[in-house]
Design a protein around this ligand. Structure first.
Ligand SMILES: C[S@@+](CC[C@H](N)C(=O)[O-])C[C@H]1O[C@@H](n2cnc3c(N)ncnc32)[C@H](O)[C@@H]1O
Length: 227
């Protein structure tokens, strides 16, 4: 500290952190069994493959008609939210969507703060099972959880891109997690963001899980909580 080490190291910290977590991700992938759908290896990335994962998880876990509580962190234009809403027919299911609806609160790679802003009203979702919470997760999630009735199987969809948003949400949800709950990640293979949050969360909270699906070279991953 005396020698102002940060002056030398700081310009390289982003690269170093990325390389460190990239190598952890590579090791994790090699050592972790995927018990369900997995399309590894694909020569090129295709974002639409996330639908293959949704379909596989829905079928494997019998989610079409079951009562679920669906949480989505990062709703944006509502594409994934609408998919799950349309593919679960149980009238007692609930769908909770969290977003600033004013875009990313921080820069994320090439996406600068404020991108992905979509007005909540423009989603045009009329299903009475859907509820939205506008604002930072850091402001909306704790008050929401104070009155949340934790009973149904949870499907938690992490699609906020950012490390901060992902680690915050997972840490708050930790005490509500039950055996069999599912967590979907939409940018799992981004080393310094969702993967870093997942690794720190599972290792710090001693979370046991099974990987039940992966698509698009692990960009999309589904894990099931084991208790
Ligand atoms: C990739 S988009 C979500 C895409 C969406 N699931 C879909 O399929 O269309 C990421 C969203 O996360 C939201 N977000 C990221 N961090 C957040 C935070 N801390 N609080 C609230 N919203 C956040 C952004 O506003 C953005 O709309």
């Amino acid at each position: 500290m005396k020698w102002r080490l940060h002056g030398i190291v700081e310009p390289f910290t982003g690269l170093l952190l990325n390389a460190y977590h990239m190598s952890k991700l590579s090791k994790w992938r090699q050592q972790t069994k995927v018990t369900g759908y997995n399309d590894w290896y694909q020569g090129r990335w295709d974002y639409s493959r996330r639908i293959n994962l949704y379909e596989a998880v829905s079928k494997q876990e019998n989610l079409k008609d079951s009562p679920i509580d669906y949480f989505e962190f990062g709703v944006c234009g509502g594409h994934s939210f609408k998919w799950w809403l349309e593919h679960n027919t149980n009238s007692s299911s609930k769908f909770y969507g969290f977003d600033t609806f004013e875009g990313l609160p921080e820069d994320f790679g090439p996406f600068s703060k404020g991108t992905m802003a979509v007005a909540l009203e423009s989603l045009n979702i009329t299903d009475p099972r859907a509820n939205f919470y506008k604002g930072l997760f850091q402001d909306t999630l704790i008050p929401f959880l104070e009155s949340y009735q934790n009973g149904k199987k949870k499907l938690i969809h992490m699609d906020a891109d950012l490390f901060s948003a992902t680690i915050f949400s997972l840490s708050q949800l930790y005490r509500f997690l039950n055996d069999g709950d599912i967590i979907l990640f939409d940018e799992f293979a981004v080393p310094k963001h969702e993967f870093m949050a997942f690794k720190i969360f599972t290792e710090s909270f001693y979370v046991n899980y099974e990987v039940i699906g992966a698509a698009n070279n692990y960009l999309f991953v589904a894990v099931k909580i084991k208790k």
